[in-house]
Design a protein. Structure first.
Length: 633
């Protein structure tokens, strides 16, 4: 009986259940979209749905030419079906993560058997890295899904036992097109490079049957047919078309083609992208961090070196092993010569999970690894329990967690990394995290005791339970961080204030600092004070771009004018604003998470808890009244 023919539906349900608990619950907790990239991506999709412009993504009216639109189309479709909300924005990412775990399970079953596929699916469903890098609306998990399906389609199309190789070849082309429309050219480069290396290593590229099963002209035309309509439309909609110089300077607009093809791909790879609004992690950390992203499954990684690797694979297992190794190797080497973020290696996660699934199933050295695993988890349980005891002796925690964090003023050096906010943690801030820390302690203890007691074939159970509890605890912690990482209360306060006293809105610094206010308050345009930076800088120089940027002089004139103006500012930048207009000219409307909503005129006193206020129509429907704790009386 072939591996794919074995009954696996029970294992399949377990993998889907675990993945759903971890990733679909992420659609609802933390309850609100965060500032920075998270809410910005949702707002792009919302603008597309509202304006009908499905070609050019826009933020604050400015062309946002960085990424292809397929992710925005999916989020906009979710909005169209379910209505505009934070959970609807997250749904495509959540479903994509669940689908990726299921696909990894099916790949493992097909190549190595039911048990290996089951372990592979669980490894990915409980991956700390996959959880961390799907907490915001970036397209990388969807890119990984298209890449993994392309790899499997490639092997299925070449499988001598496959009855419909052409169908898998067509699916391969569709996945390549989807990868491009999710993330750009790496959606083509990664799978084509891995598959090309496989064909060269095995010598199959010399065989006529290889090209018959994967006809390059037909598949190439299919990929072009699926990708070129958007690419051509975006090029035409954002001229000039063919200025391909590899340099640019501030104030120089070269259209979509230059920015997307050269600036966003070639110059980003070389570390010369304009504007420089990103950072890079050290190469050693980029490689070694996978010990954390897959912990504790990563303790079994040495067993991968003992897997059979051959240039003449004669069965599904050896073919998948070779392709997975080439897949991992190319992606990691590619980013070792490029600018690198923590999550850039996410496309290798399915391959790593599949190989770990094999090791967990067949490695006979389980007992020695189990001892290390039990000891590690017991030590973590003791550390978490000790921290919990110490924190319970501390003084009460007033306000939200922002008061206990060490926020950096060097935004571009710190927060341009995906996990940059981890540097804001202080010892005092952990006092706000007692419930998630208690759950984490219980999780580590469950894992340590469970691994020590179960037989080798059942190690997956206590580890899966432990990791699921840990990821739930992480969600609880992110709920605590919600006022700090997002600005939902300020959006509510702004809506309430503008309903009674309309006025213009100014956001200090870049758009991303308060992107969740744009989303929740449905701000299509607002002034950006000294905000001609990062991803909006290039598009701001396009012909016809809206004039939404203020310098200090323009802001002072606006603030001292007769019209009511609302300002959103972070606490670290408040002294600069006080210097510009004077502290007495700043009237606080609300504060939350170390951020303020200010006005240039005193507010009219109103009882926000009164029945008259509660009965007023709320903007966007799902926004409630302002919490009393957020209002500065």
């Amino acid at each position: 009986m072939l591996p794919s023919e074995r009954p696996v539906w029970r294992d399949e349900l377990v993998v889907l259940a675990v993945a759903s608990i971890v990733f679909l619950s992420a659609c609802f907790a933390p309850p609100h979209l965060m500032d920075d990239v998270d809410a910005a991506q949702a707002q792009i999709a919302r603008t597309m749905l509202a304006t009908g412009d499905w070609v050019t993504p826009r933020l604050n009216g400015i062309a946002y030419l960085e990424k292809p639109p397929l992710k925005y189309w999916l989020i906009a479709l979710s909005f169209w079906i379910f209505g505009v909300s934070d959970w609807a924005a997250r749904l495509p990412i959540g479903l994509g993560a669940v689908a990726l775990c299921w696909l990894t399970f099916r790949m493992g079953v097909w190549a190595f058997g039911a048990r290996a596929g089951f372990h592979a699916g669980l490894v990915l469903a409980t991956s700390i890295g996959l959880f961390l890098f799907t907490r915001i609306l970036i397209a990388d998990v969807l890119l990984t899904l298209s890449l993994a399906l392309a790899m499997w389609s490639f092997l299925r199309a070449l499988d001598p036992a496959e009855r419909h190789p052409r169908r898998w070849a067509v699916l391969l082309a569709v996945c390549l097109a989807a990868g491009f429309l999710f993330k750009g050219f790496i959606g083509l480069v990664f799978p084509l490079a891995a598959m090309g290396l496989y064909a060269v290593c095995t010598g199959q590229w010399r065989q006529r049957d290889f090209w018959q099963r994967l006809p390059p002209v037909t598949l190439g035309l299919l990929v072009l047919g699926l990708t070129s309509p958007w690419f051509i439309a975006a090029t035409v909609a954002n001229p000039p078309w063919f200025d391909v110089a590899l340099t640019s300077e501030p104030g120089k607009y070269r259209g979509f083609f230059w920015f997307f093809v050269f600036n966003e791909h070639v110059l980003r790879f070389l570390g010369r992208r304009y504007p420089r609004d990103y950072n890079t992690v050290p190469r050693l950390w980029f490689w070694c961090s996978h010990l954390i992203w897959f912990f504790p499954w990563s303790l079994f990684l040495p067993g991968v070196a003992r897997l059979r690797l051959t240039r003449r694979p004669d069965d599904r297992a050896s073919r998948m092993t070779l392709l997975a190794v080439l897949w991992i190797g190319f992606v990691m080497l590619f980013f070792s010569f490029s600018t690198t973020q923590e999550y850039y290696s996410l496309p290798i996660y399915p391959a790593v999970a599949v190989l770990l699934g094999v090791v967990l199933t067949h490695d006979g050295r389980f007992q020695s690894v189990a001892r290390w695993l039990t000891g590690s988890l017991a030590a973590l349980a003791a550390l978490a329990a000790g921290a919990l005891i110490v924190l319970n002796w501390q003084t009460p925690t007033p306000g939200d967690i922002a008061q206990a964090l060490a926020k950096s003023t060097d935004v571009y050096a710190v927060y341009t990394l995906s996990l940059g906010h981890l540097g804001d943690l202080t010892l005092q801030s952990f006092a706000y995290l007692r419930p998630p820390l208690a759950l984490a302690t219980a999780a580590f203890l469950t894992g340590a005791v469970g691994v020590a007691l179960v037989r080798a074939g059942w190690v997956w159970l206590p580890v899966t339970v432990m990791l699921t509890l840990l990821l739930v605890a992480a969600r609880l912690a992110m709920v605590t961080f919600d006022p700090y990482l997002g600005s939902y209360p300020l959006a509510q306060a702004l809506i309430a204030a503008r309903q009674h006293q309309p006025g213009q809105v100014v956001v200090d610094n870049q758009y991303y600092a308060f992107s969740s206010v744009f989303f929740y308050a449905d701000l299509r345009h607002a002034w950006l004070l000294n905000g001609r930076v990062t991803n909006l800088e290039y598009g701001s120089y396009a012909p016809g771009a809206p004039q939404v940027f203020l310098d200090d002089e323009g802001f002072v004139a606006l603030w001292r004018g007769a019209e009511r103006v609302y300002l959103l500012v972070e606490d670290v930048h408040l002294p600069r604003i006080e210097t510009l207009v004077g502290a007495t000219a700043l009237h606080t409307i609300a504060s939350s998470g170390g951020k303020f909503l200010l006005c240039n005129q005193p507010k009219v006193q109103q009882n926000l808890a009164s029945p008259a206020y509660k009965n007023q129509p709320k903007v966007l429907g799902y926004l409630g009244p302002v919490p009393s704790c957020a209002i500065v009386q």
